[in-house]
Design a protein around this ligand. Structure first.
Ligand code: HEC
Ligand code: HEC
Ligand code: HEC
Ligand code: HEC
Ligand code: HEC
Ligand code: HEC
Ligand code: HEC
Ligand code: HEC
Ligand code: HEC
Length: 424
């Protein structure tokens, strides 16, 4: 009986199959083997790179390995892995990092294979930034790609743990910009983070998780980081504050500030420590911004006084009407229609505060009058409700007197009848 054992053909086939299997396994091993990690996961920092760390890296997840950036051959054991012959380039100097990352990230054709929607302008943008320009001149203290993104556990932007996620950006920049010792050689302030932490913008972002509020890179750009110039500050703010911007466009401040080299919105609001403005900003106290340029009694100052008193008048008209409506309401009167109109009066006040940015009293006054009309109407409605209440109270009083008198009358009448009844 011919078995597979004594048949020459199948035996050779099996041998070949086995060899093929070995070869496949070898290729598979070669593809997944990472001798770099074998050695580097047990080294001391900064040479330690562990498997868990690298597994979190977007590059590792996309199938790239150590050699993609460092060269060398991760399938070779021992120091052969780091041989010059295998293209090993060793430690990457800070000055070389943007070029290394740009090798792939500025190559549109290469990046499209992975993610066609990813931008490929990071390196070209970086070269226009203050960071990039100084690096070019040999200053390696400026931010390079890895300072903002990290290395070896580099996460995609959308990951909330990424150093460049909007919630984490300010901390990432602060590592250098809030470090007075590190920034000593430069002539710029180091209070940006401290001030930003007190701002309405940070509050909206950090406390309320409002990702539509700006962080450092919203105003400075991600890769082209530079301070916005006099001409572009207004554009930075107007991306979000459209209505104030439209009004400011109408003002004579715009041209006057521009020709004096003053940075628009920032003159009155600041840049990093922007706080919630109140009407006091239009006054003459410590929060005031106008008197640094205008003098008491000049035409602009008179316009200021008028605008401020308009706001104050509308504000107190709304409050007074609100008080009257509340009293009416707590006496059980129906005033819901006026309550709805109250919102319109408040909107008019908000609008007037936006219109302030035209710095034209007639435009502000238009909004104020609009609001005053509604507030006055509401006040009348509140007063009418109260009058109605008084009328009803008086009615109730008379009714009570009448009922009381009737009861007394009945009582007296019954007593009379009882007294007149014959004794038994
Ligand atoms: C057999 C262990 C071993 C293997 C395998 C190995 N390395 Fe190394 N690596 C070392 C040691 C030890 C040093 C320090 C050598 C020195 O100072 O000359 C080093 C240095 C380096 C440095 C330079 C660090 C510095 O501060 O100068 C880099 C980068 C590096 N290895 C990357 C790799 C990569 C990438 C691979 C895989 C392709 C790899 N290594 C494979 C042990 C290893
Ligand atoms: C996306 C590119 C990239 C990948 C992938 C990568 N590295 Fe690096 N690696 C760098 C850069 C850039 C630096 C320099 C970091 C710096 O100076 O801020 C570096 C630094 C190092 C250093 C030297 C640290 C020091 O300060 O002396 C070692 C060692 C190293 N890498 C090993 C590895 C190993 C091992 C792997 C794979 C597990 C790997 N790298 C994967 C880009 C990469
Ligand atoms: C000053 C900090 C900083 C530096 C330096 C920096 N980046 Fe970025 N990068 C960011 C921020 C912040 C984002 C997130 C943008 C967002 O929220 O959409 C980002 C996003 C990215 C993205 C995702 C796609 C995109 O453009 O939004 C890539 C890729 C990238 N950076 C690569 C690089 C490379 C390559 C370099 C070096 C040439 C570099 N970055 C230097 C801060 C930086
Ligand atoms: C060998 C090519 C290569 C090199 C070198 C390289 N990258 Fe990447 N990078 C990629 C690829 C591929 C992806 C994945 C893109 C995808 O699929 O979304 C990626 C993804 C990223 C992302 C995530 C983008 C996102 O979706 O938010 C960032 C950030 C990034 N790389 C930064 C860097 C930095 C910083 C360096 C230099 C230290 C660098 N890369 C070096 C190829 C490379
Ligand atoms: C590794 C340290 C480091 C990190 C991180 C860093 N920077 Fe810088 N940055 C510098 C240094 C150093 C300068 C040069 C100072 C100068 O301009 O004289 C600079 C300059 C700047 C300037 C120009 C200032 C001027 O008026 O000349 C801006 C704007 C800036 N950085 C914004 C940012 C933003 C935004 C981030 C975070 C996304 C950031 N930087 C992260 C080190 C850093
Ligand atoms: C709302 C927009 C905005 C935000 C948010 C913002 N900046 Fe600025 N930043 C500006 C403007 C505008 C200027 C300069 C224009 C001026 O005041 O003349 C500036 C100036 C700078 C400068 C130059 C030196 C200086 O202080 O004048 C640095 C550095 C800087 N910012 C870093 C940062 C950092 C770091 C953060 C985050 C913690 C940040 N900025 C957040 C708008 C912003
Ligand atoms: C990315 C959008 C964005 C940019 C850019 C931006 N802001 Fe804001 N701003 C916001 C958000 C969101 C709030 C919070 C509104 C809130 O608290 O409801 C806010 C709040 C404010 C407030 C307080 C408003 C209030 O009623 O308390 C002022 C003032 C302000 N920003 C001025 C500026 C100035 C000046 C600039 C330019 C230097 C600027 N903003 C840039 C989004 C932005
Ligand atoms: C000449 C000073 C001045 C300039 C320039 C200025 N503002 Fe204002 N801004 C004010 C005053 C005053 C208020 C407070 C109004 C109030 O509450 O009575 C205010 C209020 C605000 C508010 C709070 C919301 C509101 O409307 O009450 C925002 C947001 C704002 N300004 C944004 C901007 C933006 C954006 C620019 C640039 C396009 C700008 N401001 C330019 C003086 C200025
Ligand atoms: C940085 C200086 C500066 C600040 C701060 C400033 N102004 Fe002015 N203001 C000017 C200049 C310059 C003009 C233009 C004068 C002219 O055209 O003759 C002007 C014009 C005006 C005008 C006339 C507008 C017109 O179209 O007729 C008014 C009103 C005015 N400012 C009110 C204010 C108020 C209110 C504030 C405070 C919220 C303020 N200004 C803050 C410098 C300033």
């Amino acid at each position: 009986m011919a078995t597979w054992r004594n048949s020459g053909l199948p035996r050779r086939l099996i041998l070949r199959l086995a060899l093929l299997l070995f070869a496949c396994a070898d290729v598979a091993y070669a593809q997944t083997a990472n001798t770099c990690l074998d050695c580097h996961s047990v080294q001391d920092p900064p040479r330690r790179v562990t498997e868990e760390q690298f597994a979190r890296d977007i590059h590792s997840q996309k199938g790239l390995n150590c050699a993609s950036c460092h060269g060398g051959d991760p399938t070779k054991a021992d120091l052969d892995a780091m041989s010059k012959a295998a293209g090993f380039r060793g430690k990457i100097e800070r000055s070389q990092i943007p070029a290394l990352c740009g090798k792939c990230h500025a190559d549109g054709a290469y990046m499209r294979q992975y993610n066609p929607s990813l931008r490929t302008d990071q390196l070209s943008q970086y070269k226009t930034s203050v960071h990039g320009k100084l690096l070019e001149k040999g200053d390696t203290k400026v931010a390079v790609c890895t300072d903002c993104h990290g290395v070896h556990d580099l996460r995609p932007v959308s990951d909330t743990r990424s150093k460049v996620h909007p919630l984490n950006v300010a901390q990432t920049c602060a590592r250098c910009h809030a470090d007075a010792a590190y920034m000593k050689a430069y002539s710029i302030p180091t209070d940006q983070f401290e001030k930003y932490s007190t701002s309405v913008h940070h509050q909206a972002m950090a406390a309320r998780g409002d990702l539509s509020a700006p962080t450092c890179t919203t105003c400075h750009g991600n890769h082209g980081a530079a301070p916005p110039g006099v001409d572009s500050v207004q554009n930075v703010c107007s991306k979000c504050h459209v209505f104030q911007d439209q009004m400011y466009e109408k003002s004579s401040h715009k041209a006057a500030f521009q020709s004096a080299g003053l940075p628009g919105c920032v003159v009155c609001h600041g840049n990093h420590g922007i706080t919630h403005p109140t009407d006091a900003k239009l006054g003459t106290g410590p929060a005031a911004t106008c008197m640094q340029c205008h003098s008491p009694g000049d035409t602009c100052d008179l316009a200021r006084v008028e605008m401020l008193s308009g706001l104050t008048r509308l504000d107190s008209a709304i409050k007074d009407a609100d008080h009257t409506l509340s009293v009416a309401e707590s006496s059980g009167m129906e005033v819901s229609a006026a309550r709805l109109e109250e919102d319109q009066a408040r909107d008019a006040l908000t609008k007037a505060r936006v219109t302030i940015h035209s710095f034209r009293k007639e435009l502000v006054d238009h909004d104020i009058q609009e609001g005053l009309k509604i507030a006055e109407k509401n006040m009348l409605a509140g007063k009418a409700a109260l009058a109605d209440r008084d009328y009803r109270r008086r009615g109730l009083g008379w009714a009570l007197v009448f009922i009381f008198a009737t009861v007394i009358g009945l009582f007296l009448y019954i007593r009379q009848i009882e007294r007149n009844a014959p004794k038994t």
